[in-house]
Design a protein around this ligand. Structure first.
Ligand code: NAP
Length: 232
């Protein structure tokens, strides 16, 4: 049976990943902030939780011990290197051959080939300095964390999510290498399906050392693309 560790297991994405992992019969461990452990009460007999912030090396080292795969919610909280410390803890303590899957947003680019809408560029240019000023989010730290992952030589996948919505699963999201691909234009995915993609990526070697940008499989842009392909 596979052992999966989820770093940031109590958040919305983390709890969906936990449910998909249990549904696949995996043994699950995880790290979450001590004040959030209660959010996992429903599953407390089925999982092992190590309370600690996700950049707490002691908690991460215990949780990832023996894990075949580590799924990490790369949240850009705080201005004290939270994302970089989270990523470095995971890469330091996970087994050398562990599958490492990280979540982030479309704003992360691996090769600079992504093409962003004016709206997303405006959000990053205007909003990010404001949230950094109020010491809420440091998006540059998330860029640094991802660069560290890209250059690590590990068996990583960085899943880049678009706008998220709640709702029943629609199925496995569609992905593209680059934002700007018309298939991604709808810019919307169900949060549960983002989590499904993260868990599914564990067994998809073609996603190793890739940064897929995802979109809902029933979104308008995907359906339009499928319609065009059928007509061709
Ligand atoms: N929200 C979006 O529209 C969106 C869009 C694209 C990509 N994403 C990506 O999707 C992933 C999940 O995002 P989400 O919006 O669904 O969030 P989420 O899963 O609900 O929460 C993310 C994590 O942040 C933790 N957290 C919350 N406040 C914190 C604080 N002050 N200090 C430290 N940790 C804190 C949460 O832990 P607790 O349970 O302890 O609160 C949780 O583990 C992220 O990687 C994000 O970059 C999100």
């Amino acid at each position: 049976m596979k052992h999966i560790c989820i770093i940031g297991i109590s958040g919305k994405l983390g709890r969906y990943m936990l449910q998909h992992a249990l549904a696949r019969g995996y043994t699950v461990s995880g790290v979450c902030r001590p004040e959030s452990v209660h959010k996992l009460d429903e599953w407390k007999d089925k999982i092992t939780v190590y309370p600690g912030r996700t950049d707490d090396h002691a908690a991460v080292s215990k949780a990832v011990e023996g894990a075949d795969a580590v799924l990490t919610v790369l949240a850009p909280w705080g201005v004290k290197g939270y994302s970089t410390n989270t990523a470095s803890a995971v890469m330091k303590y996970a087994k050398p051959d562990a599958r490492l899957v990280f979540s982030c947003g479309w704003h992360i680019t691996r090769d600079g080939q992504d093409v962003y809408s004016w709206k997303l560029r405006a959000i990053l240019a205007i909003l990010m300095p404001i949230v950094k000023f109020f010491r809420l989010v440091d998006i540059n730290d998330q860029y640094r964390a991802c660069d560290m992952i890209f250059n690590s030589g590990r068996d990583w996948t960085v899943v880049r999510g678009c706008n998220l919505e709640e709702g029943e699963s629609e199925g496995l999201p569609v992905w593209s290498e680059h934002v700007g691909d018309p298939i991604l234009a709808s810019n919307l995915v169900r949060r549960t399906d983002f989590a499904l993609f993260m868990v599914d990526a564990i067994d998809r070697p073609e996603l190793s050392q890739q940064a897929p940008a995802i979109v809902g499989c029933k979104s308008e842009s995907v359906l339009a693309h499928q319609g065009q392909a059928a007509m061709a």
